[in-house]
Design a protein around this ligand. Sequence first.
Ligand SMILES: Cc1ncc(COP(=O)(O)O)c(C=O)c1O
Length: 391
Amino acid sequence: MAQYNFDEIIDRSGTNCIKYDFIGDYFGENNLIPMWVADMDFRTPDFVMDAIRTRASHEILGYSKRPDSFYDATIQWYRRRQNWTIEKEWIIFTPGIVPALYFAVRAFSDSGDKVIIQPPVYHPFFSVISSNQRQVLMNPLKLRKNKYFMDFENLENIIDRETKLLILCHPHNPVGRVWSAEELTQLGIICKKNGIIIISDEIHSDLVLPGFKHTPLASLEGNFRDITTTCIAPSKTFNIAGLSTSLVIIPDPDLREKFKYEIENSHLWLGNIFGNVALEAAYTSGDEWLDQLLVYLQQNFSFLEGYLKQFIPEIKLITPEATYLAWLDMRDFKLPDSDLKDFMIRKAGLACNDGASFGKEGHGFQRMNIACPKALLEKALHQLRIAVNSL
Ligand SMILES: Cc1ncc(COP(=O)(O)O)c(C=O)c1O
């Protein structure tokens, strides 16, 4: 069995990666530890790189289509990893999940309609609605005893005749929840009863920590698949976000036609040949690498939790169930957002995502990306501890 080394420190600077090379544009300073953009500081796995190199060795990079083996690899991966049976014709290529969300909003609603999101949530969820001239309808998550929940009572109250869609983040970025089958069923029943289509963003669904289980919404009993568009991708899982390759799964033929209309009319179906071979290699050979990655991420989370408890008890980690994004509750410092942001950048020397960028429910929080070698996480926490002591 191959043993992968996630401790290796790789210098990413000079590669034009946003996380390192463009840090100054976003934070106003360059000398920060980058713990923001949601990609990983780990090497993209060897079997993915080999597939890309093999394809690159044929030096004509013309127009190409995705072969049957591309779809087979996807179908087998989801059957193996998530016990979900997908059919080939349900699968539609998109050059990223945010574009998929944008086109799904266009395909399934009209200008002026309301689209529900559950903040604090990944910030483009807001913009894909408003930039399509739809109205954002919020059903904020509830925080109880260090864990977030969906507010079904409020959801039923806010739905009206103009409400057409709900964008679900499953697992949820930034709070790290893996929604249970019971929660998803309750959500599905409410949406079905009210004629609401669900766009389920499951981009983080492979990154579920040991001990937790992801259930695709569309795989549940109750025929929620008729109202569900599921967004999936190997991009987060295998650190290939720069290849802009993802998929949307739509079992219902009418919804599928509407979505395809958007993608085909904008001529975005082609994708790129390196993304195609990378996806196929990842979904064919990625199990062992992913299982080892998840153990490493779990260890980083445990280290973070232990460190905070011992040295910075004012900061609380919301118990992570999935993703590599730690959601840190820093409300004890009682700092206004601009001061908290300033503190993280100028005092701690860290580039984390500001909680408030995920909606006003994120005030007083910071999102820290822990998909890095433990040594870097250790250094970051040491800087944070010194900064807190100076307060
Ligand atoms: C929930 C969620 N959806 C989508 C994306 C981005 O997807 P893409 O880069 O494929 O547009 C992210 C990235 O962090 C995310 O967390």
